[in-house]
Design a binder for this molecule. Structure first.
Ligand code: SAM
Length: 232
């Protein structure tokens, strides 16, 4: 999979070199290219924003640099582009959407700033490419960079060879096979500050441990996210 990120803050993406995503790059599972939108401006100040038509507060990202950036990225690689536009007005980002995006060959993140990107760029993308507008949640960030990082991490860990034990993808919260939140986890020591690890986990009885974990997961989901049980 190839990932392109277009942003006015390329430095935001330094963490992609770390941890599992960094290893996925090293192993050749993904290629990542981060681009500065200002490289596609032509004025002395590398302007990417302007005042909104119709008036109002804030600035809007100009369409011309975005158009040139998308044309250049399209010409750079044959794989079909899925454009991911982070926006609070987008489709809520879920594990199901992460699996959908993990099946694509090439994701291009268009990171908005200010009041967002001129709508004509979004309409152009919808016509020419696959477009997914994604919201990280019902709150407003300053820019799309954090959302692009979150989506990248959630998608890349689903690609074969990224997570050491693929079983851990099945058992975890929000997995399509297992719609419950994950059960509580424990490790050594057996007693910490007077708190004991549940006895059942020392039993070595796999079926009983699995039953206990399922009960814990169900209870946790009922208490914290009853909406997930309704969906299941
Ligand atoms: N004026 C926009 C609105 O009210 O919908 C908010 C613009 S926000 C200050 C700037 C940029 O941050 C957006 O263009 C988007 O890229 C990103 N952003 C903000 N909140 C987000 C969210 N919840 N999910 C994804 N991206 C978000």
């Amino acid at each position: 999979m190839r990932l392109d990120v277009v942003t006015i803050f390329p430095d935001y993406f330094a963490p992609l070199q770390l941890s599992l995503v960094g290893k996925a790059i090293d192993k050749g599972i993904i290629e990542v290219a981060v681009h500065d939108l200002r490289d596609w401006t032509h004025d002395r100040h590398n302007t990417v924003d302007d005042t909104p038509y119709g008036g109002g507060a804030g600035m809007v990202m100009k369409p011309e640099p975005w158009g040139e950036a998308l044309d250049a990225l399209e010409a750079a690689d044959d794989r079909p582009m899925t454009i991911v536009v982070p926006t609070p007005a987008g489709r809520p980002f879920t594990q199901a959407l992460a699996y959908e995006l993990a099946a694509r060959q090439r994701l291009v993140f268009a990171c908005g700033r200010y009041e967002g990107i001129d709508q004509r760029v979004i309409d152009h993308c919808a016509e020419r490419y696959e477009l997914v507008e994604v919201s990280l949640g019902d709150y407003v960030l300053n820019g799309g960079e954090v959302a692009a990082l979150a989506v990248t991490e959630a998608v890349v860990r689903l690609l074969p060879g990224v997570v050491g034990n693929p079983e851990s993808l099945v058992e975890e919260s929000h997995s399509p096979e297992h719609p419950l939140l994950e059960y509580p986890n424990y490790t050594k020591p057996p007693v910490w500050r007077g708190r004991e690890v549940p006895e059942i986990l020392f039993s070595g009885h796999h079926a009983n441990v699995a039953k206990w974990r399922l009960e814990q997961a169900t209870e946790r989901t009922r208490a914290r996210r009853p909406d997930l049980l309704d969906e299941a």
